[in-house]
Design a binder for this molecule. Structure first.
Ligand code: FAD
Length: 474
């Protein structure tokens, strides 16, 4: 390759190990110029939300440190991306730009334009596969179509080529003799102006090193019990890797191979299956790019949703009167994360009990989740609403009380997130409105004052949802 240096455009791949674009740049033997471009408008209408921006700030700082150990700097610039890349290439005399692919519709379009335009001006633009186990266009059903059902997709993944082994982190890299100017990290304005992020700081340590440590901890003490513990929200029964995976601080190949090596096939399977759900969500987003706003199942376009500001607000603030829903929404607000079982419960409650369009819930999650991810979030919401690829059947309506009794029998999760219910005996913890007056009094609870009465009646809400479904979508 005839060029003086290579730009590596970091995006959702904020790591140095198993980073194909970065490794290719290092292996070229040329000086390497790592860059991160902040250009949220290009992600429109899915600019990173507030919690994601907080994470991104910490993650970029961590990447600066990792690159620093290799004698490299991370150049930070504002977008538009193509202009920034051109400017940087001109300043640094770089004639190549390498990046790992992303799969969100707006980004796919932007990257296509960037690649064509850079190449047209003599810059060697190359993209690499770094963020999925398999590229979405490499998996097709026997009719040559994208998969629409998870089980068939999972089988195809099991029988196809195994995901390649991860690449090791480069041990050294060639640095340019002179570094181009960079914005300061704080100039990107990612951290909140009014500091609301204490709960996030308490809960998370973003960055590649922390991601690997978290995976190792999970392999040691969580993987073998994952199949049983993953549905219990009061326990740390899952890996908590979603935000690390979203920002690419760890790659799915690293996780896949370490997990597969750390346990028997049977023990590893339930966890590996979740990684394939992630792949399936990306597969769906890539092949059906309208799904972040439109139902996958077109019949749901007629569904009689009823947006209501007051009930949406009660849901988002964790004030519905249903403890399992409220605990989840408060966990989300405080930590930027929510347990998967509880995501399903709160999402089902919003779309079925309140009949609020799933897109509103997806937006709220988008702004508040540290792992907000267009593929997984869209998939999760469409699944819960019953309108997605391989969704929960619409008529299966979660009862938040029974879900609570099943997955949080002792009420530990509720007591953690709703301290005002802390003194309620287990029997009533998921349905305080059914508790006798003297029990409520002894627990210091005044319904409607210290904790809300339910904003809808489960039985009536269920009937209303089923009627709406039967009359329009069946
Ligand atoms: P683990 O149980 O340890 O799973 C390991 C990894 O597998 C996860 O990190 C994740 O990358 C993947 N995974 C697990 N479950 C799913 C799933 N159901 N669908 C797709 N991938 C999965 N996940 C996100 O990463 N970002 C989101 O924005 C997001 N929004 C969601 C919204 C709703 C309504 C629902 C029901 C689910 C959503 N999920 C989302 C999926 C899932 O809840 C999270 O990935 C999981 O809770 C993250 O915790 P963990 O890393 O401990 O998961």
């Amino acid at each position: 390759m005839n060029c003086e240096s290579v730009i590596v455009w970091f995006r959702d791949d904020l790591r140095v190990a198993d980073n194909p674009a970065f490794t290719a740049a290092v292996q070229s033997g040329l000086p390497v110029l790592p860059v991160y471009l902040w250009s949220p408008a290009e992600e429109n209408p899915w600019e990173p939300g507030a919690a994601s921006r907080w994470w991104l700030h910490q993650s970029l700082r961590s990447l600066e440190v990792s690159l620093g150990k290799l004698g490299l700097r991370l150049i930070l610039r504002h977008g538009p991306s193509l202009e920034a890349l051109r400017a940087l290439a001109a300043e640094a005399g770089a004639k190549a730009v390498f990046w790992n692919r992303r799969y969100e519709p707006a980004i796919v379009e932007r990257d296509k334009t960037a690649k064509a335009s850079l190449r047209a001006s003599g810059i060697d633009a190359q993209s690499f596969p770094g963020n999925l186990l398999r590229e979405p266009w490499t998996i097709r059903n026997t009719a040559g179509q994208p998969f629409r059902v998870f089980t068939a997709f999972w089988k195809a993944c099991q029988t196809g080529q195994p995901a390649p082994e991860p690449l090791p982190a480069p041990k050294s890299a060639r640095a340019p003799l002179q570094w181009p100017a960079s914005a300061a990290l704080r100039d990107l304005g990612l951290e909140p102006q009014i500091d609301w992020a204490a709960g996030l700081r308490e809960s998370w340590r973003p960055g590649e090193t922390a991601a690997i440590e978290r995976l190792d901890r999970f392999l040691e003490s969580g993987l073998r019990s994952y199949g049983n513990a993953r549905d219990i929200p009061a326990e740390t029964g899952t890996s908590w890797l979603s935000a690390h995976l979203h920002f690419g601080e760890i790659s799915p190949r690293q996780v896949w191979h370490k997990v597969a090596r750390s346990a028997s096939e049977t023990e590893a399977a339930p966890y590996l299956r979740q990684l394939i759900w992630r792949e399936f969500a990306f597969h769906t987003l890539f092949h059906f790019p309208a799904t972040p706003s439109e139902p996958f199942n077109a019949r749901f376009a007629r569904f009689p949703w009823q947006y209501n500001r007051a009930t949406f607000r009660a849901w988002s603030k964790g004030l519905t009167g249903y403890p399992m829903v409220d605990a989840g929404m408060r966990q989300l607000w405080h930590t930027g994360w929510m347990h998967n079982r509880v995501r399903m419960i709160v999402a089902s409650f919003l779309v079925k009990h309140l009949l609020i369009p799933w897109q509103h819930g997806a937006r709220w999650f988008w702004d508040t989740l540290v792992d907000a991810d267009l593929a997984n979030n869209t998939f999760g919401w469409q699944w819960a609403a019953g309108c997605g690829a391989d969704p929960a059947p619409y008529f299966r309506i979660f009862n938040p009380v029974l879900q609570g009794e099943k997955f949080d029998a002792r009420g530990n999760y509720i007591r953690r997130w709703i301290p005002e219910l802390g003194r309620l005996p287990d029997r009533w913890i998921h349905c305080p409105w059914q508790a006798p007056k003297q029990i409520l009094k002894a627990a210091g609870i005044v319904l409607g004052s210290t904790y809300p009465a339910p904003i809808v009646d489960h039985r009536l809400a269920r009937e209303r949802a089923l009627d709406a479904f039967t009359s329009t979508c069946r």
